[in-house]
Design a protein. Structure first.
Length: 571
């Protein structure tokens, strides 16, 4: 046993030693000036990884020890108690010692606060404590709602983890720049949003399902309502603290836009579309499908959850669209285009799925003698296809018509925009990749059956999914390729030669960079250095007076120096 432990430690230590030696060697070869930075990076990596591990060990030990004092955990095995004591007696002092040493470094070296390692530690530790707090809070609320009693063990763990989360939150507020806190706030907002939406859908859906019990005896778990309510009660405060109180006021760049558009707007729309399709399909199958006769309560047992998801997803979609539009600049910007093309793409995927399902059902109808285990009937599959086409097709038409109107009104800006080009190339490329995979899969099935002398209806049935994907992806890819060719033919030549990138060198001014981006549509990069303040009108006038696709503007003592960058080389 001792030899096994030593071998495990040796296996863990060898990679670490190799990493240290490699980094030290690289640092020594790059010169003394960079060697100090490399050694500090290695030290920070191991220091903060060890600090995180010891923090978790110490908190788990303390929380488990407190849980054993008043809960069922007091009757657990002696090995568990030994683990708890080891964590408390050894983990807590080591975590405290390393924390004290880290505090000294933070006070002695101001650059330590700006390091990636310190920011990463606070982010990961805060999110770990947040999730542990939420899990134990969920158990406390469930016990209080269902059993009308307090779970002493979970309450103790909740209290310890909540204190740890609060302590790291305060440290982040005091010792990190606002930009360093954005990832923590974004992930925390996402956790709160997903938990809140999940809990609300679960609660409303369970309540609707319970209403069907009298009609058909649909079972509802004894604690389902309590667990759903507890999920909502835990998730909503987290979302409120992270999003409403903090992250919603963050600068509208990077992580903020990634949270609001792909997740808040796009994710909510996906949730609503999928569940609207599910609910509508259940209704169509009940009235028009081939399902065997059954009680309505049993057939629609999952429909309350789908309807709840549609309602919650629609509200979330509306809210995040409102948040995005409330502070968006006037006019049609690149961010607005990203929003609309994202929604059009989501709806198109739903509509294309309907086409593929319809083709699969038609091929099955052509091979009635081949049984497919676990598959729905042809009628039910066609009803699902019709549902996807109606829901996805209508949404796609709404958003696609909107972007096409913008292209007609302002072809110079819309047809050459990066969002439209990315949208067209992405769908064309993904469609092409899916088509190639479908061809290979269909060819494999056909060649295999031909070599075995088994070509027939079974071969066509086995190829139904690849053939459906081939036709659907080919149609999607071909359509967007034609749109792209038409855009190239219609777009003004001047637009293709317009300003694409702007490099600003001068005082840090995010408002200026945003104003330049809105006015020109170009990609803007700001390199900050000390100096006087920018004047937005002067910068825009300088850009308008200087021809070129890539321009640089340098703010110096004598004013603005603006010139075109003809060639960039990287070594």
């Amino acid at each position: 046993m001792i030899i096994g432990i030593l071998m495990s430690l040796l296996t863990l230590a060898l990679p670490i030693a190799v990493i240290v030696l490699v980094v030290r060697h690289a640092g020594s070869r790059s010169g003394s000036r960079s060697g100090g930075g490399d050694s500090r990076s290695v030290r920070r990596f191991f220091q903060y990884v060890l600090l995180y591990g010891l923090m978790v060990v110490a908190v788990v030990g303390v929380s488990d020890l407190l849980a054993r004092l008043g809960g069922p955990a007091a009757e657990s095995a002696s090995s568990d108690f030994a683990r708890v004591l080891a964590f408390v007696l050894f983990g807590v002092p080591m975590a405290a010692a390393l924390g004290w040493w880290t505090r000294r470094q933070l006070r002695r070296d101001p650059q330590e606060r700006l390091s990636f390692g310190w920011a990463a530690y606070l982010t990961v530790a805060s999110l770990t404590a947040l999730m542990a707090t939420m899990v134990n809070a969920f158990q406390v609320v469930v016990a209080a709602l269902w059993e009308s009693d307090l779970d002493g063990a979970s309450l103790a763990r909740f209290g310890v983890w909540a204190l740890v989360w609060g302590g790291h939150w305060v440290l982040g507020d005091r010792l990190l720049k606002e930009s360093q806190r954005q990832l923590h706030l974004a992930v925390g907002s996402l956790i709160g949003l997903m938990t809140t939406i999940g809990g609300l859908v679960w609660l409303v859906g369970t309540a609707g399902k319970a209403a069907l019990v009298a009609g058909g005896g649909v079972p509802v778990g004894p604690t389902e309502l309590s667990e759903a309510a507890a999920t909502l009660a835990v998730g909503f405060p987290v979302w409120w603290v992270y999003w409403r109180l903090r992250f919603s006021a963050a600068p509208r760049r990077g992580l903020w836009l990634s949270y609001v558009l792909p997740i808040g707007v796009g994710g909510s729309l996906v949730l609503a579309v999928i569940n609207a399709t599910t609910a509508l399909h259940a209704v169509l199958v009940w009235f028009l499908g081939d399902q065997p006769a059954s009680a309505a309560a049993l057939h629609f047992a999952d429909t309350p959850y789908a309807l709840a998801a549609v309602a919650v997803g629609a509200v979330s979609w509306w809210y995040h669209r409102w948040v995005f539009a409330r502070g968006a600049p006037a006019g049609r910007t690149e961010v607005t285009r990203v929003h609309e093309y994202l929604l059009a793409g989501i709806a198109l995927v739903a509509a294309a799925s309907g086409v593929a399902v319809a083709l699969v059902a038609m091929i099955r109808a052509m091979t009635p003698g081949v049984r497919v285990l676990g598959a729905a009937s042809v009628t039910d599959s066609l009803l699902l296809a019709a549902t996807l086409l109606v829901v996805g097709g209508l949404l796609w038409w709404v958003f696609w018509r909107r972007v096409q109107r913008a292209a007609t009104a302002s072809p110079a800006a819309e047809l050459t925009s990066r969002s439209r080009r990315t949208y067209l190339f992405l769908l064309f490329g993904v469609g092409g990749v899916v088509a190639v995979i479908a061809i290979l899969a269909a060819a494999f099935v056909g060649i295999q059956d031909a070599l075995n002398g088994q070509l027939g209806d079974r071969t066509l049935s086995a190829m139904r999914v690849p053939l459906a994907l081939l036709v659907t992806s080919g149609a999607v890819s071909g359509f967007h390729w034609l749109v792209y060719r038409r855009d190239r033919a219609v777009a003004p030549v001047e637009a293709a030669k317009g300003l694409r990138e702007v490099l600003l060198v001068g005082p840090a001014d995010d408002d200026l960079a945003e104003a330049v981006h809105r006015a020109t549509g170009a990609r803007v990069e700001l390199w900050a250095r000390s100096g006087g303040a920018w004047v937005t009108d002067e910068v825009l006038a300088a850009l308008a007076a200087t021809p070129g696709e890539v321009l640089a503007v340098i703010a110096g003592p004598a004013g603005l120096d603006t010139f075109a960058v003809e060639e960039r080389r990287r070594f």
